[in-house]
Design a protein around this ligand. Structure first.
Ligand code: SDX
Length: 427
C-alpha cells in the first residue's frame, strides 16, 4: 500500500497519494484535490509545487548535488564535451562513438542560417540587446521551416528540429555579434567542434586561431549551464510546449524568461555590479550594506538561489576555472579581486549566512566570458547557448508523455464582487 497523506477539512478526512522519486524526494499528489475537496492550493513562485516528474536532472539543494541523467556535474565538466552532454540530456544515455558522430552530423547539417534570417538580423540596430535579437531571429526560423510546425512532430522529425535549433541559434548569435563589431560574417565550420566553431565565428579572421584549451574552457562552461531541472525558463518552455506550440515558440519562451536579471540576466548584472563597485572606489563592503538594507532595492547579483542552500556546485567549478583561464590568457582582471573580496565578506556576514545566500552559477561566469573577449551584453546569450540542450530535452520529455496535459493553473480571485454596469453620466 503506497503512503497516503491525510487532509482534514471541514470535519472530513481526505486521503491523498504520496509519490516518491528515485532519490527519495516526496510529493503529495494533489491532482484530485479540487474534485475531492473543492479546494485548490496557492503557492507564489511555485516554491513548494512540483510541475512534473522528470528523468533528466537531479538537484539536491541542501547538499549541492547536480546530476544530468545520474552523472555528477563534476565528472561531466571534467571528462565530457558539450555535444556529448547534449546527447546525454536528449536521449538519456552517454552515446557510443557512432551515436555521437551521427548526432553531430545531424547538427552540422544545419550549419548555415536562411538568407532571410540574415536579412532580419540586419534590420536590428547594432545597439540592440542581443537577447532580444536572438529571441526574434529564433521565432523567425518558424517562417523558414514549415515542416517543424506540424505538431505533434513524428519522433525522427523532432530530432531534426532539435539538431537545427542547437546549431542555428549559435550561428544567429555569432552573426549579430559580427555586425556589432562591423566585421564580416564567418560561416560555421563544424569540423572545429561546437565551441571552437563558435569562437571562430565570433573572433575569426586576421590570423585568429582557436586555442584548444580556450575552446575546452568554453565547452565546460556550456556543460555547466546545460540543464537545471524546473527553473524559471525551463518551466516557461514546458508551459508553452504544453499547448503543442512549435519548437521555435517554445525556445523563444525560454529565452525571454532567462533574460530577467533574477535569472539568466544575472551574469550580465554581476559584471555591471562589479564595474559599479570598481568605479565607486572598490569598497565592496558598502555594497554589501546596500544589499542588506530592506529600503534599498539593490541585491547582490550572482548571490542566492531558490534551490541551493549551501553552495552551487557549478559556481565552485567556475571559480576554479577562473584562475586557470585567466592565467592561460595572461589576463589580470581587477574585477576578479573585487568578486573574491565580495564573496569572502558575504560568506562571513550573518545576513547572508542566515538566508543561506551563496555565489551561484552567474557570480564568476561573466569574469571568464569577459576574459574570452565576449561582450557583457552577450553573457546571457552564452547562457542561452548552454541551456538550449536542456530546454530541448525537457520539451522532448514532455512531448513524449502521452498523459501530458495543457498547463492551466488556477487562481484565488480577490477582486470586486458582482455589480451592475453604471452609465458614464451617472458615475
Ligand atoms: C539562475 O532556478 C534555477 O535553477 C536558476 C539557475 C539555473 O541554472 O537555471 O540556477 C540560474 O537564475 C541563478 C540565480 C541568478 N540570480 C541572481 O543572482 C539574482 C540575485 N539573487 C536573488 O534575486 C535571489 O537570490 C534569487 C532570485 C536567485 C532567489 O530568490 P528567492 O528564492 O525567491 O529568494 P528570496 O528573494 O525570497 O530571498 C530570500 C531572502 C530575502 O530576504 P528576507 O525577505 O527573508 O529578509 O534572501 C534575500 C531576500 O531579500 N536575498 C537577497 C539576495 N537573494 C535573496 N538579499 C540580497 N542579495 C541577494 N542576492
Amino acid at each position: 500500500m503506497s503512503k497516503q497523506a491525510v487532509l482534514e477539512l471541514d470535519g472530513k478526512k481526505f486521503e491523498l497519494p504520496v509519490i516518491e522519486g528515485t532519490e527519495g524526494e516526496l510529493a503529495i499528489d494533489i491532482r484530485e484535490l479540487r474534485a475531492k475537496t473543492g479546494y485548490i492550493t496557492l503557492d507564489n513562485g511555485y516554491m513548494n509545487t512540483g510541475s512534473c516528474e522528470s528523468k533528466i536532472t537531479f538537484l539536491d539543494g541542501e547538499n549541492g548535488i547536480l546530476r544530468y541523467r545520474g552523472y555528477p556535474i563534476e565528472q561531466l565538466a571534467e571528462k565530457s564535451t558539450f555535444m556529448e552532454t547534449s546527447y546525454l540530456l536528449t536521449f538519456g544515455e552517454l552515446p557510443t562513438k557512432q551515436q555521437l558522430e551521427n548526432f553531430k552530423g545531424d547538427i552540422s547539417s544545419y550549419s548555415s542560417i536562411p538568407h532571410g534570417v540574415k536579412k532580419i538580423l540586419d534590420q536590428f540596430p547594432t545597439t540592440a540587446h542581443p537577447m532580444g535579437v536572438v529571441a526574434s531571429a529564433t521565432a523567425s526560423l518558424s517562417g523558414f521551416n514549415p515542416e517543424f510546425l506540424n505538431m505533434p512532430l513524428p519522433p525522427e522529425t523532432r530530432i531534426k528540429a532539435i539538431a537545427q535549433v542547437i546549431s542555428q541559434i549559435k550561428i544567429i548569435a555569432a552573426y549579430f555579434y559580427r555586425r556589432t563589431v562591423h566585421k564580416d560574417f564567418i560561416e560555421s565550420k563544424p569540423e572545429l567542434g561546437w565551441s571552437g566553431d563558435f569562437l571562430n565565428m565570433m573572433f575569426g579572421g586576421d590570423g585568429y586561431k582557436v586555442d584548444p584549451e580556450i575552446a575546452k574552457a568554453l565547452d565546460t562552461l556550456l556543460i555547466l549551464h546545460a540543464d537545471h531541472e524546473q527553473n524559471c525558463s525551463t518551466s516557461a518552455v514546458r508551459l508553452v510546449g504544453s499547448s503543442q506550440a512549435n519548437i521555435f515558440a517554445v525556445i523563444v519562451g525560454g529565452i525571454d524568461a532567462l533574460w530577467g536579471q533574477l535569472h539568466g540576466g544575472a551574469n550580465q548584472a554581476v559584471l555591471e555590479m562589479l564595474e559599479l563597485i570598481k568605479k565607486d572606489g572598490g569598497d565592496y563592503k558598502k555594497f554589501l550594506a546596500k544589499a542588506k538594507d530592506k529600503n534599498d532595492p539593490f541585491k547582490l547579483m550572482g548571490f542566492g538561489h531558490r534551490v541551493y542552500k549551501n553552495f552551487d556546485p557549478r559556481a565552485t567549478i567556475i571559480k576554479k576555472a577562473c584562475d586557470t583561464i585567466l592565467a592561460k590568457l595572461g589576463v589580470v582582471d581587477p574585477l576578479l579581486d573585487i568578486a573574491r573580496g565580495l564573496e569572502e565578506a558575504a560568506l562571513s556576514d550573518d545576513y547572508f549566512k542566515e538566508r543561506n545566500l551563496y555565489p551561484n552559477v552567474d557570480f564568476y561566469s561573466g569574469i571568464i566570458y569577459r576574459a574570452l573577449g565576449i561582450p557583457t551584453n552577450m553573457f546571457t546569450v552564452m547562457f542561452v547557448l548552454g541551456r538550449i540542450p536542456g530546454w530541448l530535452s525537457q520539451w522532448k520529455e514532455m512531448r513524449e508523455d502521452p498523459a501530458q496535459k495543457i498547463a492551466r493553473p488556477r487562481q484565488i480571485y480577490t477582486g470586486a464582487n458582482a455589480r451592475d454596469y453604471v452609465s458614464i453620466d451617472k458615475r
